[in-house]
Design a protein around this ligand. Structure first.
Ligand SMILES: [Zn+2]
Length: 533
């Protein structure tokens, strides 16, 4: 890599114009970023561009954890050259015009307002609403002034993030540039690899993950693109004893840009769930099978199996079985199990496991809410769901279906996120060592559809899934309406031996992360049964 990459950062502008189907600015002479265009064939309606100043390729390659996080949140990485000299106003002028410095006129560190045609003029001409969010008096704040777009000038990077999140939640802009400069500030003071600079770069990457989450949440109804587009890199200047940039050297000139292009999420709730879990399938498989899903493998999975009791010889239906983790546990315990899942990709993985290590599990791609169409008669002794019911658009309906599928005296046993643990406002108070000591909770009673961004660092790739938040009371109501009686509620807690074996389970010693309901379909109790009204 890096001998003489043909492409440079000017290509950001024509690529955005192609994605949004608008005419590029007249200044634009740069080629398209084909790997980015290959991601999405349909029109993109919303674009968020996050510029983190001075984070170059060499820096990211020295910090594999940061690069991994950027890759996990995006679809493609492109290596590009900065402009010469690699200075912020020179580079951003080229990035948002598609023109060389000789054309747009900024050839050194100077910050005039550009008078040539820019991406922002092109957006305004096409009737798009654009915004620049940047710290007061930085290049990004100044050089694109006097256009018909919105300018948000903030006090610092944290305020830029807050403003950008607010604009995303409003969903009134088609195009947003959000620019952060903390890493650049630090590297000039200390050096590109100083602890302060590395911490600032880490904040930029975490900011990008927060923006990813917000676009998943607020822009899911639009075809959208998100990108991480630094302007240039930086090097250590031994003579000065600190960092700088502006030289024609790989540290300064080579950048990695990361892009994500997503189609609009389906309006239909079921289709949305299906697509989300199809898209998650490869990363999900890695998460569960490589031991990284320690709560499932070491805590709530085994606890759910214990709650099921003796399953030998029982006919069991496992709802929302995913790639078959819990289905296989049941089969290994002697049950005759059928697993169903809405996602064909998840079932393909489950079938592969069955082929590699046959346990007699059968699998079907099937919406749990429609399972009674496949089995019109009561056919099962036990219906299970491992952390799956609240991922379905209507858990109450699925419980009613489960009730109809059960033979007399049959049981339904399922696990879910503990309702206190997915309250919309939740934060940890930690001690000096980072150990969780107290949970702060807010808006517990907010229930209904929500979205869950999966961005743990241990994931190969991040994804978002829709889910339905239910309170304890909400679960209880759905259970009663389905015609079940609660036999027992479990709050799985690891033993000290469990924690010795898997230290990551320690935070579950003090907090109830999961809940298991053990339900019995009482004879004579039909779905919709209402005892007290
Ligand atoms: Zn700088």
């Amino acid at each position: 890599m890096g001998e003489n990459p043909a492409m440079d950062i000017r290509s950001v502008t024509p690529t955005i114009c192609r994605l949004m189907r608008i005419e590029p600015p007249t200044t634009c002479q740069a080629p398209l970023l084909e790997p980015v265009l290959a991601l999405g064939l349909s029109k993109v309606e919303r674009v968020l561009v996050y510029g983190a100043d001075a984070i170059g390729r060499v820096f990211l390659e020295n910090h594999a954890d940061l690069k991994k996080r950027l890759l996990a949140a995006t679809d493609v990485q492109v290596e590009l050259r900065a402009m010469t000299p690699p200075k912020t106003p020179v580079c951003f002028a080229s990035m948002f015009t598609g023109a060389l410095p000789g054309v747009h006129g900024i050839r050194k560190y100077e910050r005039p307002v550009l008078t040539c045609d820019t991406l922002f003029d092109a957006l305004a001409r096409a009737g798009k609403r654009a915004a620049i969010v940047a710290v007061k008096d930085c290049s990004m704040d100044i050089i694109f002034r006097n256009r018909s777009i919105d300018y948000f000038t903030e006090a610092d990077d944290a305020a830029v993030l807050e403003r950008t999140l607010f604009l995303l939640s409003e969903d009134r802009h088609d195009f947003i540039v959000s620019y952060n400069q903390g890493y650049d500030d630090e590297l000039h003071k200390t050096g590109p690899e100083s602890p302060e600079a590395v911490a600032a770069a880490k904040r930029h990457v975490e900011t990008f993950v927060s923006l990813w989450q917000a676009t998943e949440e607020h822009w899911s109804g639009h075809g959208r693109a998100l990108s991480f587009v630094p302007d240039h890199g930086a090097h250590y200047d031994a003579a000065k004893g600190k960092g700088d940039h502006g030289e024609d050297m790989p540290e300064d000139m080579d950048v990695l840009h990361f892009w994500l292009v997503r189609p609009r999420a389906p309006a239909d709730g079921m289709e949305r769930v299906r697509r989300a879990w199809d898209e998650a399938a490869a990363s999900w498989e890695d998460f569960v099978e490589s031991g990284k899903d320690w709560y499932r493998l070491g805590l709530h999975g085994p606890a759910l199996l214990r709650a099921c009791g003796e399953v030998k010889g029982l006919r069991v239906l496992d709802l929302g079985c995913g790639q078959g983790y819990f289905t296989r546990l049941l089969a290994q315990a002697g049950a005759r199990v059928t697993g169903i899942d809405l996602s064909g990709q998840q079932i393909a993985n489950a079938l592969r496991h069955e082929q590699e290590q046959p346990l007699g599990c059968e699998y079907f791609v099937l919406d749990a809410a429609r399972a009674a169409e496949r089995w019109p008669e009561p056919s099962f002794d036990l219906v299970t769901a491992c952390m799956a019911l609240d991922d379905m658009p209507d858990p109450g309906i699925v419980l009613q279906v489960a009730r109809r599928l059960l033979k007399p005296g049959g049981r339904c046993v399922f696990s879910a996120v503990h309702p206190v643990m997915d309250a919309p406002m939740r934060g940890w108070e930690k001690d000096g060592t980072g150990r969780k000591v107290m949970l702060k909770l807010g808006r517990y009673f907010d229930s209904g559809p929500a979205c869950c961004p999966w961005t743990m660092a241990r994931l190969k790739r991040y994804w978002t899934t829709p889910f339905v938040r239910l309170t304890v009371d909400g679960w209880s109501e759905a259970i009663e309406q389905a015609g079940f009686l609660i036999r027992r509620i479990y709050e799985p807690r690891p033993t000290l031996e469990d924690v010795a074996r898997e230290p990551q389970l320690e935070d579950c010693r003090d907090f109830p992360s999961f809940v298991i309901f053990d339900l019995v379909a009482a004879n004579g109790v039909e779905p919709g049964y209402d005892s007290h009204r």
